[in-house]
Design a protein around this ligand. Sequence first.
Ligand code: SF4
Ligand code: SF4
Length: 169
Amino acid sequence: MGKKKRKKRQGPRQCDGCTACCDGWVQINVKGYEAWPGHPCPYSTGQGCSDYENRPEVPCRQFICGWLLPDSPLPEWMKPNEAKVMVLFNKLNWQGLPVDVALPVGKRIPPRALNWLKAFAEQHGRPLIWAECIEEDGALQREQLLYAWGPPAFQAQVQQWQAEGRKLW
Ligand code: SF4
Ligand code: SF4
């Protein structure tokens, strides 16, 4: 979640300047408030957290995006607020393979970042799911379009999960 100061101490990267996870680009519940695309946490200032010392353990203190991981394979330029994508590694398992999830920070993931993620998925044999926001009457919707990158059987599986209304992350 967005910080006034560095969130995690294990790695060299810092959240500073990014509040993507506080701003609803990953759907969260903070003290009973639902944050989702276009509906930030009420404590987010867009640059940090106005109640940082009192932020809850879940999700605020525990959440860490893929870019912030100490051993993150994501390049520097893929910081969520800059590359407009938030990656969540290993959110699902499909036939023994880790499945990564990429969420747009904005309506959709820009091509540069999406192409990087597809190449990474292929090189490492990690199926990828990415989301795109749905906009109606100028407002982003809670529901998102999901896309899958991986073997045809994986794509069929994601379609089935969606049809079942399964919560994927
Ligand atoms: S999206 Fe990642 S870098 Fe941005 S505030 Fe959240 S944990 Fe920090
Ligand atoms: S309480 Fe603070 S750290 Fe937690 S989601 Fe809201 S703005 Fe982010």
